[in-house]
Design a protein around this ligand. Structure first.
Ligand code: FES
Length: 97
């Protein structure tokens, strides 16, 4: 679906698996370039969702980043060692603090 035009220069993890990425690119771009399109499941029906707008408007790209839930993958820049994971349903209320 997507093809990189620039070389990768760091590694991140997605759900525990190592993925090549480019520091400074949006996390959503890194995941899409790796062939990942399922970022989260909806809270009510569990339907799979992935990025739609890539500009912070739709919230369909919510993931967990470095242990923090409800992070918009299109608005986070990649850094070496970033740890991301899919978000399943709504976040725990304990995370809201
Ligand atoms: S893709 Fe729409 S908010 Fe991230």
């Amino acid at each position: 679906m997507f093809r990189r035009t620039e070389p990768t220069d760091c590694m991140i993890t997605w759900d525990g698996a190592a993925l090549p990425a480019r520091a400074g690119e949006p996390l959503a771009v890194a995941l899409l370039a790796a062939g990942i399109t399922h970022f989260r499941d909806t809270a009510v029906s569990g339907t799979a969702r992935g990025p739609l707008c890539l500009m912070g408007a739709c919230f369909d790209c919510l993931v967990q980043v470095d242990g923090e839930a409800n992070v918009q993958a299109c608005m986070v820049t990649v850094h070496a060692g970033l740890r991301a994971a899919p978000q399943h349903g709504a976040r725990d209320l304990d995370d809201a603090a």
